[in-house]
Design a protein around this ligand. Structure first.
Ligand SMILES: *Cc1c(COP(=O)(O)O)cnc(C)c1O
Length: 368
């Protein structure tokens, strides 16, 4: 696939910036980046992380570790400031303002639309089917892709936020077929560690216009680190690299991310995911027995979408007891819906108590 034809012509034509650290090795006496020596800073972290220096733009060791974890080659990987930056880069590289379009299947992660709006790319929504457990109508999606010549990006999320459902390989491949020589398919796998399916990243060799997003923010308990990756064909990575900030990851971020992917951290990460899945299962049992709950959707991620009679009322009730849940009821298909993250064991106990009290309050009001 000719990615240079797909990308914005200005980005392809531009001579990219070469920073001090990307244009030369970072060894010996470094007098090429206008940095000051750290001799006057009395903070051990300055010496430890060389905070007087610009950090490596794409630190090799972190890249190798993440490539091993995601089972891809380092040439398929771009380290970013969270997946949010990956989404933004894709939008800016591939969508011409006022001319190109992207597709999403709502309800979905809100940042796709925000990034498109900032870039002035048209948003085409192919809404999920509420009556069918929020499933995507893949026939309709393929039709929309075939009927619109301006589509450059198709965003899919598996497991999806906030509905928690998966996209299967056959469904993904039907979209990849429709997008061949036309658009990139961006599969956001922010929550994939919480379920037992394989990442689609292995398919990039066969489908070079597939892009996969992964992040340390969710299953690695490291949202504050701000580190994610774009996994794509090396040519797509090279195009994104033309636009990414010269030093996207702070030295503190690189240090924290390296701690995340250490062998011990990998083991405890697997335990964490196992515990969250267990608590998710117990939460379902609670939700089934809680009579304030009208419906909930079983989720492959670390959250559950729940429908109640009064979503704003429940959200406020929880907030008054010091628990924040997310009210989604203003979205067309999510009337009465809240999304609740699976927390720690004591947090879940607390939440269930507060929801139980809410149910009793509702029951009393009904009887009056
Ligand atoms: C949370 C979330 C992200 C954000 O990831 P960051 O790496 O923290 O920027 C991306 N996609 C989806 C679907 C999410 O829910």
């Amino acid at each position: 696939m000719d990615f240079k034809r797909l990308a914005r012509p200005e980005i392809v034509a531009m001579k990219p910036y070469v920073s001090a650290r990307s244009g030369a090795a970072a060894d010996g006496i470094l007098l090429n980046a206008n940095e000051a020596p750290a001799t006057h800073v009395d903070e051990p972290i300055w010496q430890h992380l060389a905070l007087n220096r610009y950090p490596p733009p794409q630190p090799a060791e972190l890249k190798e570790q993440l490539a091993a974890i995601y089972d891809v080659a380092t040439s398929n990987l771009l380290l970013t400031r969270g997946s949010d930056e990956g989404i933004d880069l894709l939008m800016r590289v591939f969508c011409r303002a006022g001319e190109d379009a992207m597709v999403e299947c709502s309800p979905c992660f809100g940042m796709y639309r925000i990034a498109a709006t900032i870039q002035n790319a048209r948003v085409i929504d192919v809404p999920r089917q509420l009556a069918n457990g929020f499933a995507i109508d893949f026939d309709q999606l393929v039709n929309v892709i075939q009927e619109n010549d301006d589509i450059k990006l198709v965003f899919l999320t598996s497991p999806n936020n906030p509905t928690g459902d998966l996209i299967f390989q056959q469904q993904l491949e039907s979209v990849l077929k429709a997008c061949k020589d036309k658009a990139l398919v961006v599969l956001d796998e922010a929550y994939i560690e919480f379920c037992e399916v394989d990442s689609a990243a292995a398919l990039i060799g066969r489908w070079p216009h597939l892009v996969v997003l992964r992040t340390l923010s969710k299953a690695w308990a490291a949202a504050g680190v701000r580190c994610g990756v774009v996994i794509a064909d090396p040519e797509v990575i090279a195009l994104l690299q033309r636009v990414i900030a010269p030093y996207p990851l702070a030295a503190t971020v690189i240090d924290a991310a390296m701690r995340c992917v250490s062998m011990e951290a990998r083991l405890s990460q697997q335990n964490l995911v196992g515990e969250i899945r267990l608590r998710r299962q117990r939460f379902y049992d609670f939700l089934s027995s809680c009579d304030a709950v009208e419906a909930f959707w079983e989720s492959e991620a670390n959250f559950v979408l729940i429908r109640v009679a009064d979503a704003a009322g429940l959200t406020q009730w929880c907030a008054d007891q010091g628990i924040r849940i997310r009210d989604f009821s203003s979205q067309t298909q999510l009337k009465g819906c809240v999304r609740v993250t699976i927390g720690s064991e004591p947090e879940q106990t607390e939440l269930q108590g507060v929801m139980q009290n809410y149910a009793e309050k509702i029951r009393k009001e009904r009887n009056e």
